[in-house]
Design a protein around this ligand. Structure first.
Ligand SMILES: [Zn+2]
Length: 448
């Protein structure tokens, strides 16, 4: 039995009241049993027999980060689709590359993603995979031990520059979903999410069937919405209504649904998101890089919408860093809504307990509390660039980087120790990724 005492850290449990989520910070100890937090204790707690001790004096403990929107299958495409707006980015690069994936390259991309995510403290993640080979990503997530919600993306509308290989009939798409549900949903830390890619790539019939399947099994629904102005105009022209209300018309919204981006929403969109309890997945770096705009996150939060952060795909970021997204999100809202409108504490909340709420996982992850999964990050905030004290949320969100993250426990097990991955052979991951990437580029006809 795994038994561990994390002793005398500065705890940032993220279990404070709604108006002050960081409020309960204090020095203390965390007792871990198996994969769970058994107790939070005062400083100097005595070691129990058989218990390992982590001396965490001077370190800051937070819950593992939650990312609501990532594409493992795109991590091999990092640096291959830069400086393009959304629809060109999809047609010229991302779709041809996804169409060229095979099982091996999908697996290599997923394990590369997971190594980067875990090294950066992300221990819970929601992932939209490609049309094919999603089982490889489920297997990689299971091996990494993270809490993962994944789905094969649904695309049954041909044309618009979509490679034929990425278009599957509605019937075949749903059969694949059902097979993945049977094989992976509820196994270990895995959940399956119905994942229509976006409204232009998914027929109304398939969207309705996906919503019905989600309702039947109580599954999450994960899709993109209202990302880029050109895309929003296409949707308005095709459906004669605003983006999110069109999704609502297809039955896709609800408390288990989360929408990536929501940069350009109308009043009607926001009302229907609120009325249905739909959550927002905010991807600030991707929104900047594709020139999509700044999502009105401070306004969404004021209205009471649940918000998670996400790095989105490596080709539109180009990192998968929770800390980068938290900092970017807070800075953008300072610019768009005014300093203080959505401060560092809110960004830290979205990266932890708020993100967990957005994914419906708040009883399991997102804070340091007895009974929660022992996903624990230990930061050293005393490096030369960071020393000097001050507000903890500000230090973590505005100042800290991955280099300041010393240890990561995933479900009570060491995943990063003294800055080094444990149980993941980083060199092997890089080697497999490089080999898979060059073969993939050749298949995609993009080799140089
Ligand atoms: Zn995305």
């Amino acid at each position: 039995v795994n038994a561990l005492l994390v002793r005398d850290a500065t705890l940032v449990p993220m279990d404070g009241p709604a108006d002050d989520p960081v409020g309960h910070a204090r020095i203390g100890c965390i007792r871990v049993r198996k994969d769970r937090i058994a107790d939070l204790l005062p400083p100097g707690a005595a070691r129990e027999p058989g218990e390992g001790v982590v001396d965490a004096r001077g370190l800051v403990a937070t819950p593992g980060f939650v990312q609501g929107h990532v594409h493992f299958c795109q991590t091999l495409f990092r640096g291959l689709a830069d400086d393009l707006p959304l629809m060109d980015w999809l047609r010229e690069r991302i779709w041809p590359l996804e169409a060229a994936h095979d099982a091996r390259s999908t697996a290599a991309s997923a394990e590369l993603s997971l190594a980067e995510l875990v090294r950066g403290g992300t221990t819970t993640v929601q992932v939209m995979e490609s049309v094919h080979h999603a089982e490889e990503s489920f297997a990689a997530a299971a091996a990494a031990g993270v809490t993962a919600t994944l789905g094969n993306c649904l695309m049954d509308v041909p044309g618009d520059g979509v490679p034929p290989r990425l278009v599957l009939s509605a019937g075949e798409s749903l059969r694949r979903c059902e097979a993945l549900i049977r094989e992976f949903h509820g196994r270990g830390r895995l959940r399956f999410a119905l994942s229509p890619r976006f409204i232009l790539s998914c027929s109304e019939g398939l969207a309705r069937d996906a919503a019905a399947l989600a309702a039947q099994h109580g599954l999450p629904v994960h899709t993109h919405a209202a990302e880029h102005p050109a895309e929003v105009s296409l949707v308005q022209a095709r459906f004669g209504r605003s983006y999110v209300t069109a999704l609502h018309g297809q039955g896709l919204l609800g408390p288990r649904t989360s929408l990536a981006h929501c940069v350009h929403t109308t009043d009607a969109d926001r009302q229907v998101m609120l009325a249905t309890g739909t959550a927002v997945l905010h991807c600030p770096s991707a929104n900047l890089k594709l020139g999509s705009g700044i999502a009105p996150i401070a306004a969404y939060a004021r209205a009471g919408l649940r918000i998670a952060l996400g790095a989105d795909g490596a080709p539109c970021n180009n990192r998968l860093s929770a800390l980068t997204e938290a900092r970017q999100a807070a800075l953008l809202q300072a610019c768009a809504a005014g300093p203080g409108a959505w401060p560092a504490a809110r960004a830290l909340e979205a990266a932890t307990c708020g993100g967990a709420r957005a994914l419906g996982l708040e009883n399991d992850v997102g804070s340091l509390a007895p009974g929660k999964r022992a996903d624990i990050l230990l930061f050293d905030l005393e490096s030369l660039g960071l020393a000097g004290g001050g507000d903890l949320a500000s230090r973590l969100v505005y100042a800290a980087t991955e280099g300041d993250l010393r240890h990561v426990l995933v479900g009570g097990r060491w995943a990063v120790r003294d800055g080094e991955l444990v149980g993941i052979d980083g060199a092997g991951v890089r080697e497999r990724a490089e080999a898979a990437r060059s073969a993939l580029l050749t298949r995609a006809g993009l080799a140089r």
